[in-house]
Ligand binder design. Structure first.
Ligand code: NAD
Length: 490
């Protein structure tokens, strides 16, 4: 079907948006529609991008209750937590983009160099075009609409593929996007891996994927077919280091919040703790006290989200049983409620290195605590983990020497010193991993650049230009000039 045959209000367009298991043909039509729009976006100014961002802001406010309800129905996360971890960050991200869009899109002078002395040079952001955003289930609102904010700010159109594991949220997101945008601006496609696979057949200008490292690798392979650029926001094992100088009570409080928010189903959740042997006992006591304070007054752990699916729940339960079977000590009774897919905050001391919990990303409310005795061993361990470079590293220490050493010697996507998660909250910090934990950065200006091409432009004057002094034929005069240039060392 020709693009022109699909007008905004046509039955076909509405049909396209409501498809839960879209066919290749339907997806191609949607992509064509967006391709045409992306072409006209190139010459449009920034005002319409701001208009779209404001529409998105209003839609989030309008759908807020339905969104938080849907999250609760899908995996039991309470409304207050969803407002803290998804709604508030989205609204501030929109405000931040609205404030800075002019600055990010404006032309930046690159100055002059000796060989281009007569020319003016600059860089300018141009939209990449049609983008595909594939999101996971664990922060389904923030991780779908967050990249969309960057796409809109950059002038791209976007097809969003949400997760099949949060079906209720996905449907509300589809309605929200339909309410705020025309399908050629942004549209949500529902479905599972099959939907993603069908979308990946299309030649997107950029693919922004958030999810597991395994699927990230598939996405990159599929993107290579069309040489689509990619942003991969992946997972991994994010360590917490608690040294002998740390404020243990403060560390315990922050680690417990960061670990058990969303029941540990957070990409940058502390995955495990490495605590110095001299303070291990006191740190464990502080952790137990904090878990009791935060989660034990309401039964059964009212404020703790549920595990998203039966498969994940069974995986976690088995991993805990395996670790205990291999000698780990549970610091609190482990309680699992099968009907609710709920697991109580679980603290495990001395988990074997061979246990699944130490080999794979945990992604649940289970915290292994291991001890170390010297910094060199710790650095070696953290920088050679088979799971790869962590997405985040958390250092609790009052020693500048320890902090500096870990910062210098261990690679990680992001680091917090004496806190957890807050590097994601800071508006002017990039967020993302490195190699196995991710490629590219998101949020704010960094997110904007993922969806933009930094176009290099140089405008020369007609006539004599320095570079022409070196054109052939390569006479003695040219060689002398070249010798002179080499001596200048500029
Ligand atoms: P997932 O990789 O299983 O799924 C993510 C998305 O990819 C979903 O939309 C899914 O439908 C799709 N998908 C699944 N298999 C696919 C395939 N074979 N081909 C194409 N698409 C496919 O991840 P998940 O279980 O939804 O989320 C949990 C993972 O995401 C964890 O590893 C977590 O660390 C990671 N994560 C990372 C970040 C980050 O910002 N770095 C944020 C949240 C979650």
């Amino acid at each position: 079907m020709a693009v022109s045959a699909l007008n905004n209000n046509s039955a076909e367009t509405k049909h396209l948006q409501s498809l839960a298991n879209p066919t290749h043909v339907a997806l191609h039509q949607l992509w064509e529609l967006q391709k045409a729009r992306a072409a006209s976006n190139r010459t449009a100014g920034t005002e319409w991008r701001k208009t779209l961002l404001k529409k998105l802001y209003a839609a989030i406010e309008l759908f807020e209750i339905r969104l938080t309800d849907a999250v609760f129905q899908d995996f039991g996360r309470v409304e207050t937590e969803t407002r803290i971890v998804e709604i508030y960050p989205l609204l501030t991200e929109i405000q931040f983009n609205l404030k800075n869009i002019e600055k990010w899109t404006k032309q930046h002078s690159a100055g002059r160099t000796i060989m281009t002395l007569t020319a003016k040079a600059w860089t300018k952001a141009e939209p990449k075009g049609v983008s595909l955003i594939i999101s996971p289930w664990n922060y389904p609102i923030f991780l779908t609409l967050g990249p969309l904010i960057s796409a809109i700010a950059a002038g791209c159109t976007a097809i969003l593929k949400t997760s099949e594991l949060t079906p209720k949220v996905s449907v509300v997101l589809q309605e929200l996007v339909r309410d705020a945008f025309l399908p050629e601006e942004a549209a949500v496609v529902l479905g599972d891996a099959q939907s993603s696979q069908a979308l990946l057949d299309l030649p997107f200008d950029h693919i922004f994927f958030t999810g597991s490292t395994q699927v990230g690798s598939i996405i990159m392979q599929r993107a290579a077919q069309h040489l689509s650029s990619v942003t991969l926001e992946l997972g991994g094992k994010s360590p917490v280091i608690v040294d002998e100088t740390a404020n243990l009570k403060d560390a315990a409080k922050k680690v417990v919040w960061a670990k058990f928010v969303n029941a540990g189903q957070t990409c940058i959740a502390p995955d495990f703790v490495m605590v110095h042997h001299a303070v291990q006992k006191r740190f464990c006591e502080a952790l137990i006290a904090e878990v009791m304070r935060a989660y034990s007054d309401k039964a059964p752990h009212h404020d703790l989200a549920k595990i998203v699916s039966e498969r994940h729940y069974t995986r976690l339960k088995k991993a805990v049983e395996e670790a205990i079977g291999m000698g780990a000590e549970a610091l609190l009774p482990v309680q699992a409620h099968d009907e609710q897919r709920a697991i109580s905050p679980t603290l495990l001391l001395n988990v074997s290195q061979e246990a699944l919990l130490m080999r794979e990303e945990i992604f649940g409310p289970v915290l292994p605590i291991k001890t170390y005795t010297n910094m060199s061993d710790l650095v070696h361990y953290l920088s050679t983990m088979p799971s790869g470079k962590p997405l985040a590293m958390y250092i609790f220490s009052e020693s500048e020497v320890h902090q500096e050493r870990l910062l210098a010697e261990v690679s990680a996507g992001g680091v917090c010193i004496n806190d957890c998660l807050i590097h994601l909250v800071h508006k002017r910090l990039p967020f993302g991993g490195v190699n196995q934990s991710g490629i590219g950065k998101s949020k704010g200006e960094y997110g904007f650049w993922e969806f933009s091409n930094r176009k290099a432009v140089i405008k020369q004057k007609s006539g004599l230009a320095p570079f022409s002094l070196f054109f052939p034929p390569y006479t003695e005069e040219v060689k002398k000039r070249l010798d002179w240039l080499f001596k200048l060392k500029i």
